[in-house]
Design a protein. Sequence first.
Length: 182
Amino acid sequence: MWIEAIVTKDDFVEVLGQLLPLKIHFDDDKKTDRWLYLDRATDIELVPEQGLRIACPAEIMWSVSVVDIPIKLHTLQVLLRPEIVTKNRGDVLNFNIHLEEADIKGLPSVIDHTIMKAVNEALARKELAWDFTKTLTNTVKMPALLDPIDSLAISVTWGKRRVDAEVMVLVVSFHLKFNRGD
């Protein structure tokens, strides 16, 4: 048995309208304050077999040598790639964030590419995931009128995702088991 969630481009527009602007912090140690600020999306596109491409104004606070430099970006293009990852406890939906293109005015392209590479490496070390196996696996108490059925155990068995130009689809497979009290 499985359920399918279909997320359209319009759904993403609504969700991103609530989510953005936001700041992604890279450092947990508080010794440095490196971050990526994403402003409101100016363009959203579903990329088949890849994910969601977002264009927006942005700002990066990054260290170059020993100086923290805020870098304003007229436009930053980000690819949000969802991926089903199997862990010991079950499948999770990882959201990998990758900077594709940046309009960094006033910086030589060597520094531009160096900063983009460093930010992408920092983003790759951050886990942004939904443990849908944990969220959706549950045991539900059944009403006494269903004697001798005590509960219903719902277990997630796997998940898959698909992206095309129109929608992103998440499919989750379930196993159901009624627990009897007799």
